[in-house]
Design a binder for this molecule. Structure first.
Ligand SMILES: NC(=O)c1ccc[n+]([C@@H]2O[C@H](COP(=O)([O-])OP(=O)(O)OC[C@H]3O[C@@H](n4cnc5c(N)ncnc54)[C@H](O)[C@@H]3O)[C@@H](O)[C@H]2O)c1
Length: 358
């Protein structure tokens, strides 16, 4: 393993959608090096790290967060001053098809990382020990569905509905318990649905964009009136950096952009933007309602007030973010091809489920 200068941070899952954006943003804005531990599953692509793979301040370690010996070795040798834990199985449909893999990565993997981090942190002394932080990236889905008009806060009870959300909530419970039992300085961030470049085309917005560009059908679950609060991935990564810098250990911060919109409206916006960019259309005619996802939450909404008090604000409007995302996917057919090939190899997931007729 390459020796890094003191003061580096460790990110897990840094070849994924949010992680690869965070690695880029980190290298651009922060002075320290970044060590990237990623198992390179179907969701983690070296191609997503194009441009930063050769950066001397970024080291990619291909490995599993559930591998205690490897995690222990990475921590002992590279001595990060913080851990940003993003590695996870993330696709809700896959968690419905095959829950145990979600328990393995999101529960056992998170617990293993917390355990190794605790052992490492306990060996630190003085200001190094004082400054150490572990930031767990969770999700707004751990709270279950929000009632109309209500917003989840950091004190809302965890009531996960999907196996994915349950596995993330279990990771949060372990993180809280490690804070309580050993004093490990853990902070949790619960962002809302992210969108932007380099997101696997099994997820809603890239699936809509890619299908609309190809003139293929755009599957929408059920009536399409499920509301999500869409947060641009660059804003999410800025939230992660803010919470790492200023967040209080033991607390949970929620990050949303107050862009609550039904999925059907998002599909219409994407169609209109693709029409504008590529001509032709109207592509709204390709929208197809398919059988709803079992147990589908109707609404998520969060109160980002405490995060905003730390100085964070979402900077990218939904319209600008969607426009730039459409432009990015149109300009990167090679990346889309590579991501779809990885999905083919992985099998299952939303492609099968989303095409069930209504
Ligand atoms: N994308 C969103 O809308 C969203 C919203 C809220 C929270 N989150 C959370 O943010 C984090 C990142 O999400 P994402 O959308 O970038 O996910 P992603 O699926 O795009 O990437 C996950 C990454 O984790 C890696 N990984 C999977 N299993 C691993 C293991 N056992 N060991 C090491 N690496 C492993 C994958 O190779 C991949 O690079 C996740 O924890 C997710 O739960 C995502």
């Amino acid at each position: 393993m390459t020796r890094m200068p003191p003061g580096c941070v460790l990110i897990t899952g840094g070849a994924g959608f949010i992680g690869s954006t965070l690695v880029r943003q980190w290298l651009e804005h922060e002075p320290e090096s970044i060590v990237n531990l990623d198992a390179l599953t179907y969701a983690g692509l070296r191609e997503s790290l194009g441009g930063v793979l050769g950066d001397p301040r970024h080291v990619l370690v291909a490995g599993d967060v559930a591998d205690a010996a490897l995690v222990g070795r990475v921590l002992a040798e590279l001595r990060p001053r913080a851990i940003l834990h993003l590695a996870a199985e993330t696709h809700v449909d896959r968690s419905i098809d095959s829950p145990p893999q979600f328990a393995r990565t999101n529960v056992l993997g998170t617990c293993t990382l917390l355990d190794q981090a605790t052992r490492y942190w306990q060996r630190l002394a003085g200001s190094e020990r004082e400054a150490f932080r572990l930031l767990l990236v969770s999700t707004d889905e751990v709270f279950g569905a929000a009632e109309a008009e209500a917003r989840f806060t950091e004190h809302s009870p965890l009531a996960p509905n999907s196996p994915y959300a349950a596995s993330k909530a279990a990771g949060e419970h372990f993180a809280r318990a490690f804070g309580h039992t050993y004093g490990l300085p853990v902070i949790t961030l619960n962002p809302t649905n992210n969108y932007g470049p380099r997101q696997s085309p099994e997820k809603l917005i890239p699936r809509l964009i890619v299908s609309a560009m190809r003139g293929q059908s755009l599957p929408i679950y059920g009536d399409g009136l499920q509301q999500r609060d869409w947060l641009h991935v660059e804003d999410c990564c800025a939230a992660i950096r803010t919470v790492l810098r200023c967040g209080t250990p033991g607390r949970r911060y929620l990050a949303g952009a107050d862009n609550d919109l039904p999925n059907l409206r998002v599909a219409e916006l994407v169609c209109d933007l693709v029409d504008e960019l590529l001509g032709g259309g109207p592509r709204r005619r390709f929208i197809r309602h398919v059988a709803d996802r079992p147990g589908h939450d109707r609404r998520y909404a969060v109160d980002s007030g405490p995060l905003r008090q730390l100085g964070w604000r979402p900077a990218i409007s939904l319209e600008n973010g969607l426009r730039s995302a459409v432009q990015w996917y149109a300009a990167h057919p090679g990346w889309v091809e590579r991501a779809e090939a990885a999905l083919q190899v992985a099998g299952g997931g939303s492609a099968a489920a989303a095409h069930r007729p209504a």
